[in-house]
Write a new protein. Structure first.
Length: 238
């Protein structure tokens, strides 16, 4: 596929969702020639402590998202819908439909429909409705992998440092906790593939829906695998 026609659009609920769940895969997509787009449904203003201002936090979190996105040359599209209330947002479908029409993606990546956060689930459902015949939809991993049974894995070993750096752009969110957990999850996902020690992976789910039955040609490389005895198999024999 020619790079000019290969576009991956990521749609998330909050600033830092992309970095925690799929940032290394975005790096891998970009390395294989994909144009990337990023849509954020909210500005993440709901996570305030007593005495703090939600509007100011939303502004700060947008700036943090801009800083991390700049490392991949991205300009996020902020929909600025209310954080914590996306399930009741009547304008979300129309905004996402416009974003998809404007970007014309080859592939859309978004939250898993069974993710823990109601905003994540609302975004997943809305993307499923509006993407329809326009592009296949790939669901990203969930927090701690709960409720997600992946059938797609991306080798992210070469990009784990970039993922960590991007998470750390979100200083308002105490990012070291996400660095620790996301790193553990990427090691675990690579282990599920029986990848060699020291490897990392990010996991996704794809459910075929007409007319999109297969997305393998749109994905970066999966982790190398080892035979049951622990010996690596050459790729042409895997």
């Amino acid at each position: 596929m020619q790079a000019a026609t290969f576009k991956v659009l990521l749609v998330t609920a909050h600033p830092d969702d992309a970095e925690i769940y799929v940032w290394a895969s975005l790096c891998a997509w970009q390395a294989m020639g994909a144009a990337l787009g990023l849509v954020l449904a909210t500005s993440g203003e709901a996570g305030v402590r007593p005495g703090k201002d939600a509007h100011q936090l939303g502004q700060r979190r947008e700036q943090e998202a801009l800083a991390s996105a700049a490392t991949l040359g991205l300009q996020p599209r902020f929909l600025r819908q209310p954080d914590g209330a996306l399930a009741h947002c009547t304008k979300l479908d129309a905004q996402l439909a416009q974003a998809i029409a404007d970007f014309a993606p080859t592939l859309v990546v978004t939250h898993h429909p069974q993710d823990y956060h109601p905003d994540h689930r609302a975004v997943s459902a809305a993307v499923g409705r509006v993407a329809s015949f326009r592009a296949p939809v790939l669901w990203m991993d969930t927090l701690a992998g709960t409720g997600c049974t992946p059938n797609v894995y991306v080798d992210t070993t070469a990009f784990i440092s970039a993922k960590v750096a991007a998470i750390r752009c979100h200083q308002s969110q105490d990012p070291e906790r996400f660095v620790r957990n996301a790193t553990k999850q990427s090691v675990w996902r690579a282990y599920q593939c029986n990848a060699p020690d020291g490897h990392h992976a990010e996991a996704f789910c794809f459910e075929p829906a007409y007319p999109f039955s297969d997305v393998r040609a749109l994905l970066p490389a999966a982790p190398d695998v080892r035979a049951a005895g622990g010996f690596e198999r050459p790729r042409d024999q895997a």
